[in-house]
Design a protein around this ligand. Structure first.
Ligand SMILES: Cc1ncc(COP(=O)(O)O)c(C=O)c1O
Length: 391
């Protein structure tokens, strides 16, 4: 198997850059870089039906992944998560084809494992041994795990009010943990300063091109599990938006490969009422999102006041006919129990937020009963025990 990565392309100015170097954002304009592949070669060399016979982790899509030498792949078995038919919730809501993609089953209990497996692998390939990152919580645990596996030194900057589980896992997995009195954007500033002072490689999401490549495998799996077609709707809890960007990119690649011919799904961006920069920008018709002042929500992953890839996400929502919805913390916590009771899936509050958002879509008549709808449960509820009061 050969990765068919060819180069990096700026999503803003379109300039192309080499991938065989430590690189983060576009050296010319500072915006998000996308990994580009020789899709004609992939089309020639790979039969999509053979992919289901490969081991079920996310590296089964190796040709569409950015690591050239397989020896550099740092894996803990991420990906291959179940696409569960949510028949009970579907019956309650009048939806025949409702599914939950349960990302809580990844190593370190969230979908962040996919992005960090890809980013740490590529950092290793371009010679990095000391990495750093700001995180709302789950990404920090994932970085700690993959850095440990790779034998790298990791320093994680996390808001001091992040979930206890995230702090403890970072320490147990051997990373240096620095608690920051502020939000993820403050942690990001400090992480970048440290990176410059101490020569660390900063893996902030979408400020390097490869975490999105890991997250894109969620869409590759969805298409494969649905018999090589895209779902109609993906409901996604959005912080920095790497998952939306990655999945949208994946469906573009799948269409270019001729592996699917269905249109892009409608992407539905769910944010918390206390931090909804994308929801506001979407409904105001803006192309970029203003930072959200005094951001606050119990769903740590959604506490991202300034969104670096705002221009991409807003375009994806508009281009695909999607929308953006804000939900309250109490609704999310209630929906954790509801999803758990109906489907046996114990979601993170971020994942449960998708169920609240789904109800809003139905209330607004934005869904048809026969459409294939995916709720992305991005993490495990086991990390958020403090949110659930004792019986
Ligand atoms: C459980 C969970 N869901 C969703 C998100 C938001 O992810 P993204 O950055 O892809 O928007 C996070 C980010 O920390 C998270 O931990």
């Amino acid at each position: 198997m050969n990765s068919r990565l060819t180069h990096l392309e700026c999503t803003w100015c379109g300039k192309e850059h080499a991938h065989a170097q430590p690189i983060r954002t576009c050296p010319d304009c500072g915006k998000v870089l996308f990994a580009r592949y020789d899709l004609a070669a992939v089309k020639r060399e790979v039969n999509r039906d053979a992919l289901s016979g490969r081991p079920s982790d996310m590296w089964r899509f190796y040709e569409l992944m950015p690591v050239i030498d397989p020896k550099n792949v740092v894996t803990l078995g991420e990906g291959g998560t179940p696409l569960l038919r949510a028949r009970n919730l579907g019956a309650m809501l009048g939806l025949e084809n409702l599914y939950i993609k349960d990302e809580g089953l990844n190593p370190t209990g969230s979908f962040k494992a996919r992005g960090l497996s890809a980013a740490v692998s590529k950092a290793l390939e371009v010679g990095q041994t000391r990495v750093t990152m700001p995180t709302a919580g789950n990404a920090g645990g994932a970085l700690a795990a993959y850095a440990a596996k790779a034998g790298m030194e990791a320093t994680v900057f996390m808001p001091k009010d992040a979930p206890e589980a995230n702090k403890k896992e970072c320490l147990a997995l051997g990373s240096n943990l620095v608690l920051v009195d502020g939000l993820i954007n403050d942690a990001g500033r400090i992480s970048q300063e440290k990176a410059q002072q101490e020569g660390l490689f900063d893996l902030s999401t979408l400020r390097e091109p490869y975490r999105a490549e890991g997250k894109k495998t969620m869409a590759l799996e969805l298409a494969m599990d649905l018999g090589w077609r895209a779902p109609d709707v993906i409901v996604y809890p959005t912080g920095g938006g790497t998952g939306i960007v990655g999945m949208w990119k994946a469906f573009q690649e799948l269409r270019a490969l001729g592996w699917i011919d269905s249109p892009q799904p409608r992407f539905i961006c769910i944010q918390a009422e206390g931090c909804q920069p994308l929801v506001k920008a979407f409904h105001e018709g803006s192309k970029t999102a203003e930072p959200w002042a005094n951001a606050s929500t119990d769903a740590a992953g959604l506490r991202v006041p300034a969104v670096f890839a705002d221009y991409i996400i807003l375009e994806v929502l508009r281009e695909t006919g999607g929308t953006a919805i804000a939900v309250s913390d109490s609704e999310m916590v209630h929906a954790m129990r509801e999803m758990g009771t109906a489907e046996g899936v114990f979601p993170a509050p971020e994942g449960a937020a998708t169920l609240v958002g789904l109800r809003r879509l139905l209330d607004q008549n934005l869904l048809q009963g026969s459409e294939t709808v995916i709720l992305m449960n991005t993490g495990s509820g086991y990390k958020y025990m403090d949110l659930l009061s004792a019986p």
